[in-house]
Design a protein around this ligand. Structure first.
Ligand code: G3P
Ligand code: CA
Length: 263
């Protein structure tokens, strides 16, 4: 598979990124959701969220706690991987997904890593932040073990974590996520440049043309989330964004293809 370049080639369409997999049609952040994305031509990348278990294994889970997306309860960090593997991570979405489990990052790479690029969002919460760069070190180790370094984008709302990643691997591709409260008033290029990131990611409503022009003038790619309708996708395509994160990336692909390349 081709290497991941943060900026698509000139005139090429923006990257289509399946946000938590095809999370509108399968339970988010499960192998079922990622496998669906891997089966759709035109989807370039999946986005997923990572955290640690009690025994410091890297798992793919959005929330700090287990109850919204599995039969578990409380912070995932309080449970070993063996305990987490016993949970049903699919029935909350639909009974037909009762066999789905919370996957490890390694399992995702093993199953779809040769077919898709992976946007690994490193989670850090107000209530819990791993100390001494532990999560970054563990994530990077898995990425390197599975030979995914050239196919991964590391992103985070906590830009210090991205700096840690760059210090551990200067060749890592990173993307700063815009936190409206914390980052308000700072330009995309300033936020990206100070941690060596090549991608700026924000919510659709947060983006304006001035931000886009600032990023592009500094060679920073702009990805937006979460675009689920043809109308919102068309608006962002007209802006000239470089990446589109969607919960129904399978539907968005045709909208992007009809539009053609970026300006
Ligand atoms: O990476 C973009 C997006 O996933 C950030 O928000 O809450 O869906 O992880 P969230
Ligand atoms: Ca995310």
């Amino acid at each position: 598979m081709r290497l991941f370049q943060p900026m698509p080639l000139p005139g090429a369409p923006p990257y289509v990124v399946a946000h938590r997999g095809i999370s509108s049609k399968a339970p988010e952040n499960t192998l079922a959701s990622f496998e669906r994305a891997a089966g759709i031509p035109g989807i370039d990348m999946i986005e997923l969220d990572v955290r640690l278990t009690r025994d410091e294994e890297v798992i793919v889970l959005h929330d700090r706690t287990l109850q919204r997306t599995s039969t578990g309860n409380g912070p995932a960090r309080n449970y070993t991987l063996e305990e987490i593997r016993r949970l049903d991570a699919g029935s909350w979405f639909h009974p037909m997904f009762s066999d789905q489990r919370i996957p490890t990052l390694a399992e995702v790479f093993q199953n779809v890593g040769s077919r898709l690029w992976v946007d690994v969002e490193i989670k850090s919460d107000l209530l819990h932040r791993e100390s001494q760069g532990l999560l970054e070190k563990k994530v990077l180790a898995v990425v390197q073990q599975y030979g995914m370094s050239d196919r991964v984008l590391f992103s985070s709302f906590d830009h210090r974590l991205l700096l840690n990643i760059k210090q551990l691997d200067s060749t890592a591709r990173t993307g700063v996520l815009f936190d409206f409260v914390h980052d308000f008033g700072r330009s995309p290029s300033k936020l990206a440049d100070r941690v060596g990131a090549k991608v700026f990611k924000c919510a659709t409503r947060e983006l304006n043309r001035r931000m886009l022009e600032d990023a592009h003038a500094h060679g920073i790619a702009v990805y937006v989330y979460t675009l689920n309708s043809a109308q919102s996708t068309q608006r962002m395509l007209s802006y000239g964004v470089d990446g589109i994160l969607s919960n129904n990336a399978d539907d968005i692909v045709s909208v992007v293809n009809r539009h053609g390349g970026r300006r």
